[in-house]
Design a protein around this ligand. Structure first.
Ligand SMILES: [Zn+2]
Length: 345
């Protein structure tokens, strides 16, 4: 057999191969085309032995050229397809760092905590320290050292929650933050300028005006030569920092741990004393109690009442966000825990 038919077939095979390679749209299609081309070239090669011996080298040469041409075309096409596939993968995996992510709503502090911190800030600005104490107290710190002897009628007003621990009615949930005053005076010598915010507990059913858990802040000053004038001046400065241009009012009262004692009021910051719903049209808002530290309290903590004098005042923290935000119910503020409501403040 002459060389011509196989040379023609090689050249046809290249033509077919180049078209198949150009048509391959992805790497799998290209590999399939290469397999078919290889098969065709292998078939041609097998037939070389039927060509006249003198012409075989011409066929071999033509076949080699055809194979090289097909291989070069396949390699070039593979390069193109790999580049396209890489670009597609990159596009698929691309992170758009400018995209807006899923929204997380950032919360904020509870209105009571906000006021708590504001009060601490005001007193820190006046040079006071902030102290804390245990919420589960003993009778000594909560009552006896504060001049509530056993059987004293003022104890009955405190609606105490007792803890079933130790002797009966000796361990309790503190009914006020005053035991921290005792702990402070027991643990460090005067002068003391301190505030004590914290959670307090009484046996109350939650409603608009009552809560078994509430928050108080107390202030204690013990130093030489402290007078009622220092107490009134401090309260006035403090009220102005908290409410703006207001006056303090002191009405005689009784507390076991202070003598003399006074109810503490502030002129209504919402109506400038002309009367509004918040102040029940009285022009004044009662906030808490105050007085000069009773000598019996000094005696309980081993301080000489002849040498030291001091004042204390305290009030409920929860009242302030209620007043400021015209919230009617303590229950709404402390118990409902409705984020839609709390979000406003
Ligand atoms: Zn008012």
């Amino acid at each position: 057999m002459s060389a011509r038919p196989l040379i023609d077939r090689s050249s046809d095979a290249v033509g077919t191969a180049l078209r198949a390679i150009a048509d391959a749209t992805d790497l799998d299609a290209l590999r399939a085309a290469e397999r078919r081309i290889d098969d065709e070239f292998a078939a041609i090669k097998r037939e070389i032995k039927s060509v006249d011996a003198a012409d075989r080298s011409a066929v071999g040469q033509a076949l080699g050229t055809a194979q090289a041409q097909a291989r070069a075309a396949a390699d070039a096409r593979r390069g193109e397809l790999e580049a396209t596939a890489g670009a597609a993968r990159l596009a698929g995996e691309r992170l758009d760092l400018t995209a807006v992510g899923a929204e997380y709503r950032r919360g904020h502090l509870h209105p009571v905590t906000q006021v708590w911190r504001e009060l601490e800030d005001i007193f820190c600005g006046l040079g006071y320290e902030v102290h804390g104490g245990p919420e589960v107290e003993d009778d000594w710190h909560n009552f006896e050292a504060l001049n509530f002897p056993p059987g004293h009628p003022a104890r009955a007003m405190q609606d105490t929650l007792y803890v079933n621990l130790g002797e009966p009615e000796q361990v309790l949930l503190r009914t006020h933050t005053s035991p921290v005053q005792i702990r402070l005076m027991e643990s460090q010598p005067p002068p003391i300028y301190a505030v004590m915010p914290g959670r307090t507990f009484r046996r109350d059913t939650p409603d608009a005006r009552h809560s078994p858990v509430f928050h108080q802040i107390e202030c204690l000053v013990v130093d030489r030569g402290i007078t009622m004038g220092d107490l009134m001046g401090t309260i006035e400065v403090f009220f102005r920092a908290l409410f703006g241009d207001v006056e303090a009012r002191f009405l005689p009262s009784f507390f076991p741990f202070t003598e003399p004692s006074a109810e503490l009021g502030v002129s209504c910051p919402f109506c400038s004393r002309s009367g509004c719903r918040t102040c029940s049209h009285t022009g004044w808002i009662e906030l808490g109690g105050c007085g000069m530290v009773d000598p019996n309290v000094f005696a309980a903590v081993g301080l000489d009442a002849e040498e030291w004098s001091g004042f204390a005042f305290g009030f409920g923290i929860d009242r302030i966000p209620l007043l400021r935000n015209e919230i009617d119910s303590l229950q709404t503020l402390l118990w409902d825990n409705d984020v839609r409501f709390l979000r406003q403040f």
